[in-house]
Design a protein. Structure first.
Length: 326
């Protein structure tokens, strides 16, 4: 892909900031839009963004995808060629507490963005979907061709609706569009409420970790660098409309995850056991054969190596910004 001007929504978050790092390193122009909400401490997002200001071709806009006027102005004022839409309210469990907010941001906000792209010069649109759309799919591994009509959380439902709207607007605008179903992304910079980050922080403080179910639930943990590789592959793809799974395709059970983190930290985990919450899926497991064949996607980082790299990053953050990470 020749150098482009890319709009990244949610670009101050975990995945977005890693993506922007690589976009800038490869010479692309980036417009980052983020509302810096308080889902977690916005100062962490400020840290994520610090190095981006070293690049003249980077600009940051604080704003909200629910603001149609601001979105229209972004496309009027900038020659946006690629849009990568990561902005969303994240997380299954929080969506059970405030489903209206998730609908407003993830569905209405996405529609606003799709509307703003109409009659623009956008050549490619990428939408961040989620493995949550599969619900408790009985067939494994999960394939992009599986029926995903049976959502079990508001978050999953909003992501499925996002995919449907993406196809509709692709049909109307003919902008090439790709939906990427991310499978439990982790690594340096992971959000504080996510399991690997939370477990590491609590174990280091010798505090109990919340442990839901009997330990047999499993997630297809996917290292951030592998996800970024997949996004870049999709940007270079020639599909008009397509959905891709981006996962590691090797589910890790909860009890194994806790064991690996405890072993890396040299501590014995203290478990605070709870029943499995409503909305939680039993397992996620990505069939990545489509991404492998069309995007040369090949996840590289195994869970033990990825956790070691996360812990190294976490220790650096505690040393330099202790109040944010302790």
């Amino acid at each position: 892909m020749s150098n482009k001007t890319v709009l990244v929504t949610g670009g101050s978050g975990f995945i977005g900031s890693h993506l922007i790092n690589r976009l800038l390193d490869e010479g692309n122009g980036v417009v980052c839009l983020d509302n810096l909400n308080d889902f977690y401490d916005p100062r962490i997002k400020d840290l994520n963004r610090e190095s981006h200001y070293d690049f003249d071709q980077y600009s940051f806009l604080e704003g909200d995808i629910r603001d149609q006027g601001q979105l229209n102005k972004i496309f009027k004022d900038n020659d946006i060629e690629v849009v990568i839409h990561l902005a969303a309210m994240a997380g299954v469990r929080p969506s059970l507490e405030d489903p209206k907010l998730y609908t407003d941001v993830n569905i209405n906000g996405t529609q606003n963005l799709l509307e703003a792209m109409n009659n623009s010069g956008v050549q490619k649109f990428l939408f961040a979907s989620s493995s949550s759309v599969y619900g408790n799919n009985k067939k494994t591994p999960f394939s992009e061709d599986d029926i995903v009509d049976y959502q079990i959380s508001p978050y999953g439902a909003t992501k499925k609706m996002g995919e449907i709207m993406c196809y509709t607007y692709h049909h109307l605008s003919e902008i090439p569009t790709t939906c990427l179903r991310f499978f439990t992304v982790y690594g340096p910079g992971q959000r504080p409420e996510m399991a690997i980050h939370k477990f590491t922080r609590l174990m280091k403080n010798n505090e109990p970790i919340p442990f839901y179910g009997d330990g047999s639930t499993a997630r297809d943990y996917t290292y951030i660098d592998d996800i970024i590789d997949g996004i870049f592959g999709a940007m270079n793809g020639k599909d008009q409309f397509v959905i891709y799974n981006l996962g590691h395709s090797d589910p890790v059970k909860l009890d194994e995850l806790v064991y690996v983190i405890g072993e890396r930290l040299g501590c014995e985990p203290i478990l605070d056991r709870h029943p499995l919450p409503a909305g939680d899926v039993i397992q996620t497991f990505a069939d990545v054969s489509r991404a492998k064949s069309r995007l040369d996607y090949e996840p590289q980082v195994r869970i033990d190596d990825g956790i070691s790299q996360f812990i190294e990053w976490f220790d650096r953050m505690v040393t330099s910004h202790g109040e944010l990470f302790s």
